[in-house]
Design a protein around this ligand. Structure first.
Ligand code: HEC
Length: 158
């Protein structure tokens, strides 16, 4: 009998603890699930290969295209250098040199740049940038310079 009483008394406590957990910021497990879903379900075009040749000129083209538009949020180095609001966006602007971004296939990166990631702040660029420009950006993302080595985007330093 006392055991049953104990169990009944413990139940609301347990529930309170569970509810308490819910109010916390997304934990590791939740983030892992979202990342898994992004990689496996939402982001298509896994198999398409980059038609731009892996040459210094191709990478330079990508760096140039990236600096016009993407750099406003991602920094010239794609690692958020000099972007004043990078941490304050929700979700924050991620470093594109990090494991999460680099573990996409080339085709998936192309797809993300074409269509963006809804509903976050990452916009789609299809129609604004040509396919060649986008593929050269994908090549650039595979050859990123050390963080900070390209300085800050001009738009924030003037
Ligand atoms: C208005 C700000 C903004 C602009 C402009 C922008 N991005 Fe993003 N980008 C973001 C944010 C915020 C995220 C995080 C989205 C998320 O995780 O849901 C993101 C995510 C990404 C990711 C996925 C990273 C990951 O780890 O999942 C890639 C790749 C990317 N951006 C590339 C680019 C490229 C290339 C351009 C230019 C063509 C660009 N972005 C322009 C804000 C921006």
């Amino acid at each position: 009998m006392p055991r049953v009483v104990l169990a009944i008394a413990a139940a609301p406590l347990l529930m309170l603890t569970l509810i308490g957990c819910k109010a916390n910021p997304p934990g590791k497990a939740e983030t892992a699930v979202v990342n898994w879903a992004k990689h496996k379900m939402f982001v298509h075009n896994k198999k398409e290969k980059n038609p731009i040749q892996n040459t210094p000129a191709g990478i330079a083209d990508g760096r140039e295209a990236f600096s016009h538009y993407c750099a406003a949020c991602h920094g010239l180095d794609a690692q958020s250098t000099g972007v004043p609001f990078a941490d304050r966006m929700s979700p924050p602007v991620p470093s594109l040199a990090g494991m999460d971004a680099q573990s996409y296939s080339d085709g998936q990166l192309k797809w993300i740049i074409d269509f963006g990631i809804w509903p976050s702040g990452m916009p789609g660029s299809k129609g604004m940038l040509s396919d060649d420009e986008i593929w050269s950006i994908v090549l650039y993302l595979r050859h990123l310079p050390p963080a900070g080595s390209l300085g800050e985007p001009q738009m924030y330093t003037q």
